[in-house]
Design a protein around this ligand. Structure first.
Ligand code: ATP
Ligand code: MG
Length: 657
């Protein structure tokens, strides 16, 4: 076992040996179809990054004017494709209308109540151009920020692309956020216009978006106009002069609006991170490099072909929705499914029904959803024909090997490769992931860096760690879709990402690399446990717990301990049919010892009915840490999904204590 050091090394205890080579038939037809081809691409990009990226940029994106320089790297500030003129909306819409794809479905949308709409590329072009004219009519000019606070309806995509069309950066705020969270984001980026809806559907109820928008608008002096889309028919308060109905403005808007050529480095959007580790950061992405990164990864990781029906279940309020529901797939002219509702409404089979109904071929979802599906049981997917699926993806958190296996077997029928994609709001696009026709997959590992991406695992002082030793995950070379800064705060950008490991981008995540070159993400460095001098990954202890048949989900945190430095506290939710008991607690402790060793034995096991998560479904360990330590939580809870989970956990702790 590697020696415990103050260098930041993390001890790995997880063992996983199952390997799944790409199915031969899949590989034959794939964009990248062998490990050798992948390796060649990766080496080529490593040796000549600018040549590699220039080639991808020329191949994937239409430019109004070519660049003078591929990269201007003034660490930590990057400019990609400087001097080039481009437009994201043109790339995602208009250029597909110039050829045979004009009548191809761009968005196949289903609302929560079951209503359906299909927007062909021509329809999308008309809608986007019209709404761009609406924004212009409200005085929005190139560079003005527009906030979008909408349900998962096609108008969200239309509005985002309309902003891009006229060079107005958008900031999408997830429709589940409160008035305060919305106000904070509008104030931070000084948005001039807010686009919202009267309401949105969520599990049969109407979420009063306009009411929240009014609450936010009241404290946002920069905001001049609110555009309201009528989705639910809910009665709404009206501020005359400030508020406008989408349909009224659009009725008078021309459907002709030429896309504005913008500089490659023109801001495309500002997006706030999930807030798993603290107050969300406003990440700024620009146009040219972001488009190249998202288009390339969509093509290689999802292996998108012209006849695929691709479904990314993420809300556009998260970066996954931006990059893999909007910009990446639409830049490639793909057909995307978009769904407004929850996976368990009206029942737990809703996702599987959608896959059956539209013959979805590629599914991209999150571990939190997969663990919920496991908990609800196999009977739901079993009722539907999932044979159209050919590829599965995962993003957002480390996927526990047991969840990976379930996804592969029960959803993928054992025939679909699973791509576990590691990336961040900050990276803009997928960084570490299998290429499904090339990379042998291993449950729980994101496997290899994509061509053009040079990650490394290092100690605190930047020294590379050995094989299978855990450490800090960094990226050594700039890449086109990287964040350009934290909006309005270059100093925080430098301090947050570029000062821990000098000269490199620090991701905030821990990882190890195994003897086959596969990366294993071990969770956030802030969450790492420090037990008797050993730094342990939360992900590994959690995966051991989840591999027990009674456990649905687990979150592990350290709590202060005089003897060991930290003791391990585990919060566990159970599969249906299992009840909390002292005996089960003992059994789980022994199970962890058996799976990964005595060092990782949880000291406390708390049974709970739910874990605190961000609205995007990520476990918020920092809140559990406070509960385990018995202290008040001081941190930001604006992105917490359900405050009552915290109230219940605290009440329980008080009783138990
Ligand atoms: P904040 O930065 O505000 O704390 P966040 O990091 O959760 O929030 P995101 O940018 O949405 O915000 O998430 C990126 C993080 O999600 C990564 O740094 C990583 O910890 C985790 N993650 C994403 N995909 C994977 C994956 N495939 N495997 C492991 N972890 C992943
Ligand atoms: Mg983060």
């Amino acid at each position: 076992m590697p020696s415990p050091t103050s260098s930041g090394a993390i001890t790995s205890v997880l063992q996983e040996t199952r390997v799944f080579p790409p199915p031969a038939e899949f590989a034959r037809a794939a964009h990248v179809s062998s490990l050798e081809q992948y390796q060649e691409l990766w080496n080529r990009a490593k040796d000549d990054p600018e040549g590699f990226w220039a080639e991808q940029a020329g191949r994937l994106i239409s430019w109004f004017k070519p660049w003078d320089r591929v990269l201007d790297w003034n660490p930590p500030f990057a400019k990609w494709f400087e001097g080039a003129l481009v437009n994201a909306s043109y790339n995602c819409v208009d250029r597909h209308c110039e050829g045979p794809n004009k009548n191809k479905a761009a968005l196949i949308w289903e609302g929560e109540p079951g209503d359906r709409r299909v927007l062909r590329y021509q329809d999308l072009q008309r809608e986007v151009a019209r709404f761009a004219n609406v924004l212009k009519g409200l005085g929005v000019r190139k560079g003005d920020v527009v906030a979008l606070y909408l349900p998962m309806i096609p108008e969200l995509v239309v509005a985002a692309l309309a902003c891009a069309r006229i060079g107005a950066p958008h900031t999408v705020v997830f429709g589940g956020f409160s008035a305060e969270a919305l106000a904070g984001r509008i104030q931070d980026c000084k948005a001039k216009v807010l686009v919202t809806a009267d309401g949105g559907y969520r599990r049969g109820k109407v979420v009063p978006l306009k009411e929240n928008a009014d609450g936010a608008a009241a404290v946002c002096p920069t905001l001049q106009h609110v555009v309201v889309y009528r989705r639910t028919g809910l009665d709404v308060a009206w501020s005359h002069g400030r508020d406008h109905w989408w349909h009224e403005l659009e009725a008078n808007a021309s459907a002709v609006c030429p896309p504005e050529p913008v500089d490659s480095e023109h801001p495309l959007f500002i997006l706030y991170t999930s807030g798993s580790t603290g107050k969300p950061k406003g990440i700024l992405h620009t146009t040219g490099g972001y488009l190249v990164g998202t288009a390339l990864t969509t093509q290689w990781v999802f292996d998108i072909k012209d006849d695929d029906t691709y479904w990314c279940t993420a809300d556009v309020g998260w970066v996954t929705g931006h990059s893999y529901l909007v910009y990446g797939p639409l830049a490639l002219g793909a057909t995307c499914v978009m769904f407004e509702g929850a996976p368990n409404w009206p029942d737990e089979g809703r996702f599987w029904k959608i896959i059956e109904d539209y013959r979805v071929t590629i599914l991209y979802t999150a571990p939190t959803a997969i663990r919920a599906f496991m908990k609800w049981g196999e009977q739901f997917p079993r009722r539907h024909d999932l044979s159209s699926l050919r590829l599965l993806g995962s993003v957002g958190e480390p996927i526990n090997p047991e969840a990976w296996m379930w996804y592969h077997k029960v959803i993928g029928g054992g025939r679909c490769p699973v791509v576990d994609t590691w990336w961040q709001t900050e990276t803009g696009a997928i960084m570490i992931s299998p290429l499904p026709g090339a990379t042998p997959t291993v449950p729980g590992s994101a496997t290899r860096p994509l061509p053009g991406i040079v990650p490394e695992v290092v100690t605190k002082d930047g020294t590379p760690v050995g094989v299978n030793e855990g450490g800090f995950l960094i990226v050594k070379q700039p890449w086109p879709s990287m964040l350009r800064t934290i909006y309005g705060d270059d100093d925080r950008y430098k301090a947050q990402y570029w000062s821990d490991i000098p000269g490199s981008y620090f991701t905030g995540d821990g990882a190890r690399r195994d003897e086959n070159g596969n990366f294993w993400i071990m969770g956030r460095v802030d969450d790492v446990l420090n037990v008797a001098g050993h730094r342990l990954s939360t992900m590994e202890v959690e995966s051991a717990l989840v591999s027990h048949r009674a456990v649905a989900e687990a979150a592990v945190v350290g709590k202060p301990d005089d003897l060991k430095g930290q003791a391990i506290a585990a919060f566990v939710t159970l599969e249906s049919g299992y009840a909390a008991s002292e005996e089960l607690r003992k059994e789980l402790r022994n199970h962890v010892v058996k799976e990964i060793g005595a060092l990782a034995r949880p000291d406390d096991i708390h049974f709970t009915d739910a874990l605190p998560k961000t609205r995007s479904g990520k476990i918020m360990r920092r809140l559990l840490r406070d509960i385990a330590a018995g202290v008040e939580s001081g941190g930001d809870t604006s992105t917490l999904e359900d405050l009552s989970v915290m109230v219940r956990l605290r009440r329980f702790e008080q009783k138990a204590g």
